[in-house]
Design a protein around this ligand. Sequence first.
Ligand code: API
Length: 276
Amino acid sequence: MKFSKMQGIGNDYLYFNCFEEKIENPSELAIKLSDRHFGVGSDGIILIEPSDHADCRMDIYNSDGSRAMMCGNGIRCVGKYLYERGLVRKDVLKVDTLSGVKTLFLDVKNGIVHSVKVDMGKPVFRPAEIPVIFSKETVIDEPITVDGNEYRITCVSMGNPHCILFVDDVDAVPIEKIGPELEHASIFPDRANIEFVQVLNSGEAKMRVWERGAGETWACGTGACASAISCAVNHKTGRKVKMHLKGGDLSIEWDDRTDTVFMQGPAEFVFDGTID
Ligand SMILES: N[C@H](CCC[C@H](N)C(=O)O)C(=O)O
């Protein structure tokens, strides 16, 4: 099996070209290969598959083997992979995912994709569709108690579930303790990605993420979108936010006319490999 290791601001996955390879049990493979001591080391694996209504289909599995609906950092890498490995020769692409078809706008110079802008679709606030078990119509700055600890949360789906908490200092968050407690909280029937956000000014925020099925990662694209939206709905920033993550920055814009969220950021190859 051939794979390409790629990363989007430090959120690293192993990519398999399923136009050429057949992957039998991706969940088991994700667990085995993601291990940073006994495997290749990654936050999960991503399958690039044929599609009859898009340029390809993206299927993502977290490092714990769970299948996810969408991956923001991953889809930018898929766009770069398709273009630079010659599967497509255009700079506007459609990638199908379990949360619908996304449109990608590639910034190409001399045949190299320098950054990718993704139409991430519309945020979803209805608890039943996130999903989160809550009695109100939205979960915006709501108090909850988990394992005896009080939190104020904002929940939104970007095709996958996100729970955002605002903090004064992201670097001081005991993420290894709070992350899994909230990821597995009973109010999240499908678990959730947990983001901790420190607002810097009306156009910038710093964040850390405890990802569902992967633990703390260096970045989460859907999480950056969910965090920027949460900043806006809580009146802490405007609708254009530069999100500073451990692995780098993402530019997020929530269009007030179309309700659409755009995410722009880099995508990089690390190395190609083969597995016997
Ligand atoms: N852990 C996520 C999937 C990966 C998303 C993330 N890496 C991104 O860039 O959006 C979930 O289970 O919903």
